[in-house]
Write a protein that binds this ligand. Structure first.
Ligand SMILES: Cc1cc2nc3c(=O)[nH]c(=O)nc-3n(C[C@H](O)[C@H](O)[C@H](O)COP(=O)(O)OP(=O)(O)OC[C@H]3O[C@@H](n4cnc5c(N)ncnc54)[C@H](O)[C@@H]3O)c2cc1C
Length: 401
């Protein structure tokens, strides 16, 4: 399977990291993924292995004990991991976003306090913007923080926290009216709080409850939860960056790198679907020959492989743009949009190639079929990506008449 999704110009170190991760995926993830997913079981052994490989600190600077690698290296690792099991990439994704936000926007004390233990995987991150009443429209957040002496008191309900139960640090976006009078634009009156908590469910800190896992159609194994704040007291020094009113920008910066990451997941899942489809097509016979010899099936394989290649190229381009220090919202939006749509299509084609067996839980494609739709929604839906892309295009191609 070495032919597709190659990346030119990687350093020796990048190649070594990728080959180690690929090996880990083939030996430790693929053989157990479907069984664990069907049982909705948290893959503790796999997570321990990733910890040992240093993957939780891949992009955290070396001075904090991480590997100090680029977004590209990170995205390529995520692609490999998602090829094995998308849920595992979800376990590191929110951790990575929180570590990235701390690295970019945290105070020195916050970086010193959190990053070394995040690099070791001992503290694991989740991030929380969505609420029961909103996902795309972040400006409508109603959870609130009110200052009380040296602390803030947080109230409100959050929804859809990936790793909500297993994490011990949650970056929570709430409205903070302190210093921001009534009528301030919504995105200027939000603050990200760094909320430390015990992993687990129930009241994990006074005033903070993680009720339990949300039952999902796919993307199982990784926990997705609500979060309820009822008089939760957070010290002022746990405001990300030390200044209120900047939270919206912090989160948008985080999801921008997160989008490259979701694109990488789409690439990984699509690659696996292609691998399964092309293998099955050579084993299954109809009308006296392998179905791969029917032109209709070959055309499907050709379309699938072309989509795998195109999505990979766009994802790599978006990651490289960010690594070069340039703004990449256009490229990240395009990559996320294309990779998630193509992933859904490639998975569906692989499913069709499997005929009736694709519907059986014995075949891996059944799991991929339930996983792919999540990528259409997470880190901004297709419609939201197209809004971002469209706005940026009109900036770039402003009519000069
Ligand atoms: C498994 C899972 C894990 C998640 N993990 C996290 C997490 O860790 N942290 C977190 O904060 N959130 C998380 N989310 C939430 C996710 O980010 C939101 O579900 C997503 O942003 C969409 O929001 P919504 O579900 O409220 O849909 P809505 O915003 O209600 O949108 C509904 C539909 O309307 C469309 N729409 C909305 N606005 C417009 C518009 N202006 N123009 C055209 N169409 C529009 C949308 O594209 C969509 O099709 C997770 C979600 C899932 C399913």
């Amino acid at each position: 399977m070495a032919r597709l999704a190659q990346t030119a110009g990687l350093t020796d170190i990048q190649q070594e990291i990728l080959s180690t991760v690929r090996d880990f995926v083939d030996k430790e993830i693929i053989p157990v993924a479907t069984e664990l997913e069907h049982r909705d079981e948290y893959p503790q052994q796999i997570v321990d292995g990733l910890k040992e490989l240093g993957l939780f600190g891949l992009m955290i600077p070396e001075e904090y004990g991480g590997l100090g690698e680029s977004l590209l290296t990170y995205a390529l690792c995520v692609e490999e991991i998602a090829r094995g099991w998308m849920s595992v990439s979800g376990i590191i994704n929110t951790h990575f976003i929180v570590a990235y936000m701390l690295k970019q926007h945290g105070t020195q004390e916050q970086k010193d306090h959190f990053l070394p233990r995040m690099a070791a995987g001992d503290i694991r991150g989740a991030f929380s913007m969505s609420e029961p009443g909103l996902g795309s429209d972040v400006s409508a957040i109603t959870s609130k923080a009110v200052k009380d002496g040296d602390e803030y008191v947080l109230n409100g309900q959050k929804m859809w926290l990936t790793n909500g139960g297993t994490s011990s640090l949650v970056a929570v976006l709430v409205r903070s009216d302190e210093g921001h009078p009534e009528g301030t634009a919504p995105h200027k009156s939000m603050t990200t709080f760094l909320v430390e908590k015990e992993p687990g469910f129930g009241e994990v800190r006074p005033g903070l409850t993680i009720p339990g896992k949300i039952e999902k159609m796919g993307y199982k194994g990784v926990d997705t939860t609500e979060l309820i704040m009822d008089g939760l007291r957070i010290p002022a020094d746990r405001v990300l960056g030390g200044v209120t009113g900047r939270g919206f920008y912090h989160m948008m910066d985080g999801v921008e790198v997160g989008r490259v990451n979701v694109a990488a997941r789409g690439c990984g899942v699509a690659q696996r679907a292609f691998e399964l489809g092309v293998q099955y097509a050579q084993q299954r016979h109809t009308f006296g020959k392998p179905i791969a010899q029917h032109q209709a099936i070959q055309f499907k394989l050709a379309e699938m492989a072309t989509k795998v290649e195109a999505a990979h190229a766009m994802m790599v381009n978006a990651a490289r743009k960010k690594d070069s220090g340039e703004r990449n919202d256009l490229e990240a939006g395009m990559a996320k949009y294309l990779a998630s749509e193509y992933c859904k299509e490639v998975v569906e084609d692989a499913f069709r190639i499997h005929g009736g067996y694709g519907f059986s839980k014995e075949y891996e494609i059944e799991r991929l079929y339930r996983e792919a739709p999540m990528l259409l929604i997470g880190e901004g839906t297709a419609e939201i990506q197209k809004m971002i892309i469209g706005r940026r295009l009109l900036e770039e191609y402003r009519f000069q008449g």
